[in-house]
Design a protein around this ligand. Structure first.
Ligand code: GLU
Length: 489
């Protein structure tokens, strides 16, 4: 009809739209900001703040380790970026760093996603449930309910979820007194209870689980409320890109079982030692290990294994006693059978140095002889199992796992099958028949527990002259004098 007019209207409309667009972009004056996740990906680095504690992050001689470290390392690997860890001095410092404009983007530090923290942080979905526990010293009257906390010397971490709980409790128990400290970690709180410097503290069940063994006198008085969830924290103001990615990752590791495996590794063997075992281990770490530490190190170096793993096996086998013998004829510190000793070139099984050399050689041999598809760290747990039950029976257990639709390359799955080797309905169908598989599960579990402890007490920052003089805080022992064998502590 009026083509020119129509053309003109279209042109004007186009210019108008372009103008508005330019105006909008021009007004903001900048390119759209990259999201937190995009920034991390572009920089190729995930900066994470944590706490230095056995339940979260620490360094041992082979490098960085700890539950939080391992989980967050997997997350960084998943993102395809490098992980950069920094440790906060205390919880206040941790949240301060998290809220700095150019600070770490994530806190993975065993943090309870408590209400009081909502202004300081936003949390990922939960990855571990823990229970806050009141801790007292064995031999003292055991408090059993919140009212019993009144009149006691109580110390907790400054800014912790427990300080928050106690503050709430004070509303109904105005007499309640407690202190918060920013100069201590959970290990210190437990040591102070253990040594009687304070009456009570409150820590989370996972932290206690990792530390129990160093402090033979600490006991759980009661649970201070229900279980709560741990989450990774991010700055509250940050966009949601990173949180979405974290949640996605946590759902993934939950689903594929690797989160469970990690929990199993760090917290699954918590009750393995019990109080008596914990006390005894603490004592032997001081009194016996120093005599054999050099032998473990020499053997480990020669056979390219971790000396602490060998020491952990030695403890499980004989409690570090060179003259140990069993009814079945295994003997010595590493409890070698006559056949194994001969094959390893051990002339005298009761000689600690020889026994440890033989044990190291045997472990290395088993480890390298395992099926190629077994990967670390599971491979090491399989090697321990084979050290105990033999490669043939272990193979049977792996086949059972496969038949059940479990993963024969994962220790967590295969260990479920091992006890079946002692039940006729199962072992009658296996190639090598009956074996005491349940014992093997305990064997591996105990060794891993000892190994964890040795890893912690031999980490570089605690390193003293000897393991026994490092992180152990056993009351009543003068560390300058070599302790007498089995002297009462
Ligand atoms: N999980 C505690 C918190 O979120 C810190 C560690 C502990 O005391 O067990 O404050």
């Amino acid at each position: 009809m009026f083509p020119h007019t129509a053309f003109r209207i279209r042109t004007v409309a186009w210019f108008l739209a372009a103008g508005i667009f330019l105006l909008l972009v021009g007004c903001s004056g900048e390119e759209p900001q990259p999201t937190t996740l995009e920034r991390v990906q572009k920089e190729g680095v995930l900066r994470v703040v944590t706490r230095n504690s056995p339940a979260t992050y620490f360094q041992d001689r082979s490098g960085e380790t700890g539950f939080e470290y391992e989980l967050v390392k997997r997350f960084a690997d998943n993102l395809g970026v490098k992980l950069q860890i920094e440790t906060a001095d205390n919880l206040d410092d941790l949240f301060k760093r998290l809220n700095q404009p150019n600070g770490p983007v994530l806190a993975a530090a065993g943090l309870v996603a408590s209400d009081g923290r909502k202004i300081q942080a936003k949390f990922s979905q939960p990855y571990l449930d823990v229970t806050p526990q009141v801790i007292y010293r064995n031999g003292q009257p055991r408090p059993s309910r919140p009212e019993d906390l009144v009149g006691k010397r109580i110390l907790v971490l400054q800014g912790s979820s427990h300080a928050e709980q106690l503050a709430q409790l004070k509303a109904s128990q105005p007499q309640l007194q407690y202190e918060e400290s920013s100069a201590v970690e959970v290990v210190d709180l437990l040591r102070m209870v253990d040594e009687g410097q304070i009456d009570l503290t409150v820590v989370d069940s996972n932290e206690l689980a990792m530390n129990q063994v160093y402090f033979p006198n600490v006991r759980v008085a009661f649970d201070l409320g229900d279980a709560r969830s741990l989450g990774w924290a991010m700055a509250p103001g940050a966009d949601d890109s990173l949180r979405a990615e974290v949640d996605h990752f946590l759902a993934l590791v939950e689903e594929n079982g690797s989160l469970q495996r990690l929990k199993d590794r760090y917290y699954g063997h918590v009750d393995v030692l019990g109080y008596v075992g914990a006390y005894t281990f603490a004592k032997h770490l001081q009194q016996r290990l120093p005599r054999y530490e050099q032998f473990f190190k020499q053997s480990a170096e020669k056979h390219k294994v971790d000396w602490r793993l060998l020491a952990a096996i030695g403890y499980q086998e004989s409690l570090w006693q060179p003259d140990a013998t069993s009814k079945t004829g295994v003997r010595g510190l590493m409890m070698l059978t006559q056949g194994t000793a001969q094959a390893m070139g051990v002339a005298n099984r009761l000689d600690a140095r020889q026994s440890i050399q033989g044990g190291g050689k045997y472990l290395a041999l088993i480890h390298s002889g395992l099926a190629e598809e077994l990967e670390e760290p599971d491979r090491t747990w399989f090697a321990l199992a084979a050290y105990n039950i033999g490669i043939a029976h272990l193979g049977d257990a792996r086949k059972l796992a496969q038949a059940e639709g479990l993963n024969p390359n994962k220790w967590l799955d295969v260990q479920k099958m091992l006890p079946r080797l002692a039940q006729k309905q199962w072992y009658s169908k296996t190639r090598y028949g009956y074996a005491r598989g349940g014992e093997t599960v305990h064997f591996v579990r105990n060794i891993r527990r000892y190994y964890d402890i040795l890893n912690w007490v031999t980490q570089p920052q605690l390193e003293g002259n000897q393991v026994a003089e490092s992180g152990m805080h056993v009351p009543g022992v003068d560390k300058r004098k070599p302790p007498a064998e089995d002297a009462p502590l």
